[in-house]
Design a protein around this ligand. Structure first.
Ligand SMILES: N[C@@H](CCC(=O)N[C@@H](CS)C(=O)NCC(=O)O)C(=O)O
Length: 384
């Protein structure tokens, strides 16, 4: 068993250490050693996403049928952040809440009939892909962007995008920044982010395109990044826009933080990730997500699903998807009511979105995360 995943208690301890300790430990914990790296047009972007060594590839091939493994185990091992506001947060009582956490639950409901049959594994960005490749986790739902190199160089596959995000920057109004600031306004700034992310690469590209110079500091996780920003070691922080909004909302009383540029500097389609060539498991993850989207399209919620079923006012597609006549779930190795369990126990896409992202002010309306019938990109193939 690969032991590169630090226990959460150790990572939590690191977070308490303050700026200087954080700076010292990042190099050891992440192995990146690229704090305070000068970035300009001639510098390559820092790289922390290594392809799996051959031994790890061999380990993943030994997993066998992952769907059967999870069914036999009776629990889904699901990798999350644990500190991504509104997406996956480890609560003081040990439970995990958030949009990503609910998608772990949706998959557990589909496979095991029990949304609570999830073992949440908190992971840093730099740890997450190795954990999939070695089989330490079955599924990764951790603010993870689908990119060509991750899809093709790493031993993993991507499921449907559950949240369309984009990278932005957050800085202080008192430092002269505003909502209409641009990347060019960051010339000479120290910008901080977490290691092992698309974020550090995108900012290097954007800096190059803008013809400016910055100092890029990377840290193990975004808690440490935020601490450094608060204490003044970073002029700005950068990551997915949703995460910046979450951090800003949590920073009660400090209204000095502003997010820009208005148009994000990158596309960050976030969604579930699973081991490569695990087709039956991948199908189940994909269709559990699609079930939440189709239920949203049809107005089927965790609250009204039973009355809609008994009232006989569902169309043929909904009946099939919820386990009635013509159901397709048993052909996927699931029970007929697998997606009924997803909706009744976890909810449809809009319920999952509104419950978790509504409180931090991330609205679906007018965004790429709106329903396709409302001009957004949230769309599922037919359940036929
Ligand atoms: N979407 C990007 C960034 C992912 C990322 O690490 N995001 C930060 C901001 S949400 C994060 O997860 N922070 C929480 C943590 O570090 O635990 C990627 O896939 O590389």
């Amino acid at each position: 068993m690969n032991r590169r995943i630090a226990p959460i208690s150790r990572r939590s301890a690191l977070r308490l250490g303050g700026v200087l300790v954080a700076l010292t430990l990042v190099a050891a914990a992440c192995g990146s050693g690229d704090d305070g790296q000068e970035v300009d047009g001639d510098e390559p972007a820092p790289t922390t996403e290594a392809a799996a060594p051959e031994t790890e590839v061999a380990m993943i091939q030994d997993i066998g049928d992952l769907l059967a493994t999870v069914q036999e185990r009776g629990t889904l091992n699901c990798g999350v952040s644990g500190s991504a506001v509104a997406f996956s947060e480890t609560q003081p009582d040990g439970s995990t809440t958030g949009f990503d956490a609910d998608y772990c639950r949706a998959v557990a409901a589909a496979i095991l009939g029990d949304a609570d049959a999830v073992n949440f594994v908190p992971l840093t960005a730099a740890e997450r892909f190795t954990a999939v490749e070695t089989g330490d986790i079955d599924l990764l739902v951790r603010n993870t962007t689908w990119t060509q190199s991750r899809d093709t160089d790493l031993v993993l596959d991507f499921g449907p995008t559950t949240y369309y995000d984009g990278q932005q920057v957050m800085a202080r109004v008192s430092s002269g920044f505003s909502a209409s600031s641009t990347v060019a306004d960051l010339d000479g700034a120290t910008i901080c982010t977490n290691a092992g992310t698309t974020t550090e690469k995108n900012i290097a590209d954007a800096v190059d395109a803008a013809g400016i110079e910055i100092t890029l500091s990377t840290f193990e996780d975004f808690d440490i990044v935020t601490d450094n920003f608060i204490q003044g070691a970073c002029d700005a922080v950068t990551t997915d826009g949703s995460a910046l909004v979450g951090r800003k909302v949590k920073q009660e009383g400090d209204q000095d933080w502003v997010i820009f540029p208005a148009t994000p500097i990158s596309k960050e389609p976030l969604g579930p990730v699973y081991p490569q060539n695990q087709s039956t498991f991948g199908d189940v993850v994909n269709w559990a997500v699609y079930a939440t989207i189709i239920a949203d399209e049809k107005g089927i919620t965790s609250e009204n699903i039973d009355s809609m079923l008994s009232g006989g006012n569902l169309d043929a597609e909904a009946i099939r998807m919820l386990g009635g006549e013509g159901e397709l779930q048993t052909k996927m190795g699931l029970t007929a009511d697998a997606f009924y369990n997803v909706i009744v126990q976890v909810g449809n896409y809009d319920e999952i979105y509104t419950r978790n992202l509504g409180p931090v002010g991330l609205s679906r309306e007018g965004s790429a995360n709106a329903r396709w019938t409302a001009g957004g990109l949230i769309y599922a193939p037919p359940a036929r």
